[in-house]
Design a protein around this ligand. Structure first.
Ligand code: GLY
Length: 351
């Protein structure tokens, strides 16, 4: 088992990663006042583990699984339940689940009595390598993603690979999407992915690479906790296009859209001479290994318009984070019309 300490100017989080992390580190909270947040999918699988660990009477909120629950209503339901079950200022919110659970429970912990203890127990690969680490918390409102939120660091993140055993194949693919993204940001992760390309979803490999991704993310968050100086923006590689397609079409997982975004943005980096040679071929190979093939979309130019709302953009340009070379990415700025034309050509050429 491995441990990372993530220090920010106002907090210190411990991340425990590896087999038995849950059993070993959750015991720290057994005699504390706990409020557990999870969703119906996770609870259906882990209710026995939850009851055995926290007691069957542990106050909890189990909300309907899915992004549609990530809203102010669910947030206030959690806060209401916390109040009615007598949670005090020194209670601990345990976010037990994937990214949606972590984001809402984190925001509830930040708001309740102006902030209570928070422990993230991410049960998906995606949540382990990305959303549970770094303190971003949020709900969506009026169709705008993450529009109400805050930075609130968990005091513990417990990332145990035992949860991967129950993940559907689609969710593994989704997690691998973010892992491949880290491969384009971190030279060490890139080499491990290339060396293990035939066994990316093998449990021992996943367990090791998840730790590497968390370590990379922790370093980025330490240098730019509040997404202000550009370091944290790099974690958005592949996401400008990925998010636009996800918001417009929405029928694939987030990780798949990140991979599709990476594929397109890699072609952009090639076109503008930012990335090339064997490195570009290898990144493309990793992306396609998980994605299998680039899907086709109808009306891609309208979908491209959604990228206009990306938070990285400056006044006139779409801003993209693209691969450059091992362990290095670059920022590329493009006017919307050029970006739209490029995206259309990219999908036409892949036919
Ligand atoms: N998911 C990107 C970040 O945490 O900044």
């Amino acid at each position: 088992m491995k441990e990372i300490t993530l220090k920010t100017p106002t907090s210190e989080s411990k991340v425990y990663c590896g087999a038995n992390a849950f059993k070993s580190y959750i015991s720290e909270y057994k005699n504390k006042q706990i409020f557990l947040v999870t969703d119906t999918n996770v609870y259906a699988i882990y209710s026995k583990l939850i009851d055995d660990t926290f007691g069957s009477n542990c106050p909890k909120c189990v909300f309907e699984a899915g992004e549609q629950s990530k809203n102010p209503q669910t947030l206030f339901r959690i806060l209401n339940l916390m109040l009615s079950s007598g949670m005090r200022r020194n209670c601990t919110v345990i976010a037990f689940g994937g990214g949606v659970v972590g984001d809402i429970a984190g925001l509830a912990a930040a708001l309740y009595m102006r902030g209570v203890h928070l422990v993230q127990v991410p049960t998906t690969i995606l949540a382990q390598v990305d959303s549970s680490v770094g303190g971003k918390t949020a709900v969506d409102m009026c169709g705008v993603k993450n529009v109400i939120g805050t930075f609130y660091q968990p005091e513990r993140v417990i990332a145990d690979p035992m949860f991967f055993a129950t993940l559907p194949e689609r969710e593994v693919k989704c997690g691998l999407g973010e892992i491949i993204k880290y491969g384009a940001l971190d030279g060490n992760i890139y080499l491990k992915l290339i060396e293990n390309v035939e066994g990316l979803n093998c449990e021992s490999f996943l367990s090791e690479i998840v730790f590497d991704c968390i370590r990379h993310k922790a370093q980025v968050v330490e240098s730019d906790e509040r997404d202000e100086n550009g370091a944290r923006k790099t974690l958005n590689l592949g996401h400008t296009t990925g998010h636009a397609l996800e918001l417009f079409y929405g029928n694939k997982s987030h990780g798949e859209y990140v991979l599709i975004g990476m594929y397109c943005e890699l072609q952009l980096a090639r076109k503008y001479g930012i990335c090339g040679g064997q490195y570009a071929k290898n990144i493309e190979m990793l992306v396609l290994k998980v994605l299998e093939q680039l899907p086709q979309f109808k009306d891609i130019q309208s979908a491209a318009n959604v990228a206009l709302h990306d938070k990285k953009n400056d006044d006139d340009n779409i801003v993209l984070i693209v691969p450059e070379r091992e362990g290095k990415c670059a920022e590329l700025k493009l006017p919307l019309l050029e970006y739209k034309k490029f995206l259309k050509d990219c999908f036409d050429n892949a036919r």
